[in-house]
Structure formats: C-alpha cells, structure tokens
Design a protein around this ligand. Sequence first.
Ligand SMILES: Nc1ncnc2c1ncn2[C@@H]1O[C@H](COP(=O)(O)OP(=O)(O)OP(=O)(O)O)[C@@H](O)[C@H]1O
Ligand SMILES: [Mg+2]
Length: 307
Amino acid sequence: MLGEYMDSNSLSKLKDYKLKNKKFSIHDSRNIIKSVRSNKNLPILNKKFAFYNFKGGVGKTSICFQLSSHIALMGYSVLVVDADPQAHLSTSFGLQSDSCFLTLYDLLTNKASFNDVKKNIFLGFDLIPSNLSLTRIESIFYDKKQSFNKLSEQLSLIESDYDFIFLDTNPTVSFLNRNIVFFSDVINLVCETQPYSLNGLKILLEDLNNFYTHSGIIPKCMHIIPNKYEYRTISSAESMSLLRTYYKTYIKEDFAVRKSEDFNISAKIGKPLVLFAKKNSIALEDILDLTFHLLDRYAYGNNIYKK
Ligand SMILES: Nc1ncnc2c1ncn2[C@@H]1O[C@H](COP(=O)(O)OP(=O)(O)OP(=O)(O)O)[C@@H](O)[C@H]1O
Ligand SMILES: [Mg+2]
C-alpha cells in the first residue's frame, strides 16, 4: 500500500538523507502518512483537546507538545495554543520568551487578529504563542464579570480551519483555564503516578464538576493520562492500581507514559520524539500509543483507527 502510494505520486527521497528514518521532507511525509493511515472518510467528533491540572510539573506541556506535533506530522491540520505565561510550550517550538512577538494575550484583548498572532511551525501546523504578558489577562477576565467564553469567542471563528486544536494550560485555578475548559471537547488530566498526585486528581475532578454545574455547561469528556511511570517502584504500581479501581473509565487500560530522559531531550532540542528518538525509545512507543488512543477513542469515538 505504501509502495503503491509512493509510485503513483512519484515522491522523491531527500537528496542528502543519511538516516533511514529521514528519507522524505515533512511535507511529503505528512501526505504519505495521511493517505496510507488516516481515516479520511470518518467525521472527527472531538477536535479540541486541553491538557489540564492545577498541579505543576506533571507533564502537561510535554504531552501537549508531543501529541500536537505527532498528529500534525500525520497530515492533520493542527493549531496548538500556549495558555501558560511560563511559555514552555512556545520555547519548545523555538520561540524565546524574551523576544518580541504577539501572544494569546493580544488575541484575547482584541489588540491583534488571529492571523497576526499565529506562528507557523510547518505546513499545516500553527501555534498561538505565549509569554509573561499573559499574566495580565486574569484581571481583565475578572473585570469582565469573570467571563468564561472569551477564548471560545475568538477561537470558534477559526476552529473550522483546523482538524484539531490542542491547548496547554497553566498550573493554577485561573479564569484563563476556565475559558479553556469551556472551549474544549476533551479535558486530558495529566497526572504523575505518585500517591499525592492522585489526591490532587480527586480535588481536580470535584472542582471541574462544580464548574460544570455552576456555569451550566455540559460536562466535557475526561481522559486521565498517568505520566512518569517508573517500572518496579511501589508508588507507581500502587498509583496505577488506584487509578484502575477508581477511575477505570477515564484511563486507557494498562497504560501510563513511562519516565524517560527522551522527554527532557525533546523539549531541549525542540523536536518531537519521532524526529530524533531511537526506534526502541520507550518514550516514542508510549507517545505513539497515546496518539492512536486519542484519535481512536476521543477524536473518532470508535475503535477502528488504523495503527
Ligand atoms: N514521562 C516523562 N519522563 C521524564 N520526564 C518527564 C516526563 N514527562 C515530563 N517530564 C519532564 O518533567 C518536567 C515537567 O514537565 P512539563 O513542563 O511538561 O510539566 P507541566 O505540567 O507542563 O509543568 P507546569 O505546570 O509548570 O507547566 C520537564 O522537565 C519534562 O521534561
Ligand atoms: Mg507546562
């Protein structure tokens, strides 16, 4: 199937390729993968994915970076939104926080248009960046009677231009995060496989349910992503057992993203795992598993996504 596609579309290999896994340009690779693997004819049921937890350092940005990049590399058109003033996501995409560029703050305050704010990463993959200016948005939201729909108002104008929108949140209970929850279809709750993190998860779910009730919105799809799993540690095993017992319907069965140095390297060099990790990388294996799970179960709402 792959051979047929390449022959019929007369794709040429990059002239100076040295590594087996870098034979084609990003543009050609996206077309190849999308044509051979994607379910082009199925409707996408859920397209807006938030990565959420008011606990810091659990892996929201890392997983948002990996999933958005990998899904864009598969040929989908993707927008990724950095909604954290710390701007780690923007930094992973190569933007230095001290340099001057428009951000989500300018979009939300109508100081700039979507097209002026967005940065193109590669064809079909755009970023709305962030920097410290975003801290000022909280007082503005507060003055506007604690509005939850400001982000939705802006992004719903361009939503149909993308197959998927990924949103990285900041680790607080903020109006901005409420706006993101309001806009998103699926809330990915990233948590560490540590006992304290699971206590936090209980509070997080209670807080979200209170928010749904008070704001009168339909509860969103929730997906828990256990992260930093350490093989052979009792705390990781205990956490997974607790997750299976209390949150079975929110997790992918027998799955956690394992702890791996490749995540740190990926953020540092600003490249998603598939562009540099070795074939036997556990981080790459877990992220690809998670990518297919997200597409299969949450985007298409079925179990027939072709791996
Ligand atoms: N599975 C993993 N294995 C090893 N390191 C990881 C893993 N996931 C994330 N990390 C590392 O943990 C640190 C925190 O991750 P990250 O910045 O993604 O968390 P975060 O939840 O976005 O944090 P914040 O709340 O501050 O925005 C980073 O150094 C990241 O590289
Ligand atoms: Mg982060």
